[in-house]
Design a protein around this ligand. Structure first.
Ligand code: GDP
Ligand code: GDP
Length: 447
């Protein structure tokens, strides 16, 4: 039995600000684990990475600092809530402490919260820049833990040993392949958005109406509860409904902890219903979360909720779509739908879109049709030369898999295809084939 049953565990680094979290995160990335996917990031301020170490995949997320009041030693109620939120959203947590500064009262407090949650954890002390400093790490045994890992983000000291211990229990890719569950015939949706945009109102409408059968099934991780309903004979699973219903106060700014929870829900889903308040669409926070769904190659629907409450005329919807397209350039495929969750307006239309996107997610383009798109696009707009003025030659484009649909393009200079040319090819692709709602993934390879 694996202690961690998620096949690709989500591991968070937590700790006080400035203890060295992001430095350690980068050290782990740079030296020791290979990054699986290096798509251009839209969410650069959210530090997470899917990695493989010793053939074991996992996701590492740097939760950022908690802004503990520099004056006060102890953590506030608000921070405590955030920490608890993170602990209930991940599979394991690394508590990082500062070995230069020594033990801080709040390290102890955070550690007690971790213990209480029962979550798998590792305690690491960083800024141990050389063997003679090991002694500074030992004072942390006062926390009452069995093992303290001494590391340095700056010199990468101790990072290999730490990663060995961290991943000891994780599944190898071989084990994962051998134990993969049968694909279930259900559509996994995540309802994501800032607080108060109407997520729980929508979820209640979707699972509450009498044409739909309701049941709640405990998730595989800590406490998330999914909800199941049926629509047009298809089974839908709403990921982590419990998290949506749990109210976290009236803050309109999303705390870091809520982002970690959203991260988990997006990761577990196939299709993201991204909700915004029609009176305040596409804020920075929205872009960050939509970007996350895009980077993770999930189907995306942009929902403008509270349509009942805004002033509008016959042009309002089109203008708003234009504005969204302008702001969310990286997701031109995402359909926009305006609804009123409160009044139940156009919820069927939304669910019909989910069905369509799900079909698109599994759709394969015939080789001949793909060739036509590829050849026509290249002919109509010649690719720019490399920085050394060499022509870039393209060999082939093949759709190698679905869910998400993935195209491999073979070319003489895979790393030199200009971003705007990549976007041009994809725009042509979406014009030609109906992949509404689906971020088709393109990988450029030498050949
Ligand atoms: P975070 O807020 O926890 O993400 O902390 P940072 O990673 O941004 O680091 C805070 C400060 O500590 C920066 O000035 C880093 O240069 C320094 N620092 C981080 N890791 C180490 C380390 O391993 N050794 C030393 N000597 N300094 C470090
Ligand atoms: P959540 O935090 O995203 O789950 O948002 P809630 O579902 O709790 O909704 C926040 C508030 O917005 C509540 O007072 C809802 O009644 C209200 N609300 C939700 N959907 C709509 C809508 O379509 N129209 C209007 N006018 N209000 C809505």
């Amino acid at each position: 039995m694996k202690e961690i049953n998620n096949i690709k565990p989500l591991i968070a680094i937590i700790g006080r600000p400035n203890v060295g979290k992001s430095t350690l995160f980068n050290a782990i990335l740079g030296k020791n684990a290979s990054i699986i996917d290096d798509m251009p990031g839209v969410t650069r301020d959210l530090h997470y990475e899917d990695m493989v170490y010793a053939d074991k995949p996992f996701t590492l997320i740097d939760t950022g600092g908690f802004h503990i009041d520099e004056e006060g030693d102890l953590i506030t109620q608000g921070i405590r809530k955030q920490i608890e939120e993170i602990l209930s959203s991940v599979d394991g947590v690394i508590l990082l402490a500062d070995g230069k500064e020594g033990m801080h009262p709040s390290d102890d407090e955070i550690y007690r919260l971790i213990r209480k949650s029962g979550i798998r954890h590792w305690i690491a002390v960083t800024k141990i820049d050389g063997d003679d400093k090991e002694i500074f790490a030992s004072e942390f045994y006062a926390l009452g833990v069995d093992e303290i890992f001494s590391v340095s983000g700056t010199t990468a000291y101790g990072v290999y040993d730490f990663l060995d211990a961290l991943t000891a229990d994780f599944w190898t890719q071989k084990e994962i392949a051998a134990n993969l569950p049968e694909p279930e015939d259900e559509i996994k949706i995540a309802v994501i958005g800032k607080p108060n945009v109407g997520k729980s109102t929508l979820v209640n409408k979707m699972i509450g109406s009498d044409r739909m059968l309701v049941s709640s099934i405990p998730g595989t991780t800590m406490d998330p509860i999914d909800s199941i309903f049926h629509y047009k004979e298809k089974k839908f699973r709403v990921i982590d409904t419990a998290g949506i219903r749990r109210k976290r106060g009236i803050d309109s700014v999303m705390e870091n902890a809520a982002v970690v929870r959203a991260f988990r829900s997006i990761d577990r889903s196939d299709i993201v219903i991204y909700m915004m308040d029609a009176s305040d669409p596409a804020t920075e926070q929205d872009l960050r979360l939509i970007g996350l769904a895009h980077e993770k190659n999930k189907g995306v629907i942009l929902v403008m909720n509270k349509w009942d409450s805004i002033e509008k005329n016959s042009k309002t919807f089109d203008e708003m779509v234009k504005e969204l397209r302008y702001r969310i350039k990286f997701a031109p495929y995402a359909p926009v739908v305006s609804i009123s969750a409160l009044e139940g307006q156009r919820i069927d239309r939304l669910l019909d879109l989910v069905l369509k996107i799900n079909d698109n997610y599994y759709k394969l383009v015939e080789k001949n049709d793909l060739d036509e798109w590829f050849i026509d696009s290249l002919r109509q707009n010649t690719p720019p030369q490399t920085s050394k003025h060499k022509p870039i030659r393209f060999k082939s484009a093949v759709m190698v898999q679905v869910a998400p649909p993935t195209i491999i393009i073979k070319t003489s200079h895979p790393r030199e295809i200009h971003f705007s040319y990549q976007r041009y090819l994809m725009n042509r692709f979406y014009e030609r084939f109906d992949y509404e709602g689906v971020p088709v993934k393109v990988i450029y390879k030498r050949g």
